[in-house]
Design a protein around this ligand. Sequence first.
Ligand code: NI
Length: 156
Amino acid sequence: MILPVVAYGHPVLKHVAEEIDQDYPGLQQLIADMFETMYHSEGVGLAAPQINKSIRLFVIDADPFHETYPEAKGFKKVFINPEIVEVSEETWTFREGCLSLPDMNEEVVRPSKIVVNYLDENFVEHEEEFDGIKARVIQHEYDHLEGKVYVDRVAP
Ligand code: NI
């Protein structure tokens, strides 16, 4: 089912989202619906606050970037209760867009490498290092769980 995506200005996008556990009702269906919604909108990531659920969950499929960034090939993942535990000093500037701010994109500076602790869709814990476009998409979606959108990071 395609879910409505909330636009910038909606208060849910300013909330710090809550952790969930395995008993969260309808979780697998929600994840499937989030992927469907993301593909329908031609996005590469979607965070639960964007569909008006203030929970720490986002989905990513960065494959559309693979011609420019080969590491994006098949990079499809679910992140539950993620925590960015390390960030590199080195940064990388990339032009970002967001499904909650249609027809806009801006250059955003972010750490180029991160280590993330997270649960996958089966609640198996992982701690992994990501760089390049993977680190970029993860950080963008992670911001949504912290009540931030990328324009908050852009110089006025
Ligand atoms: Ni976004």
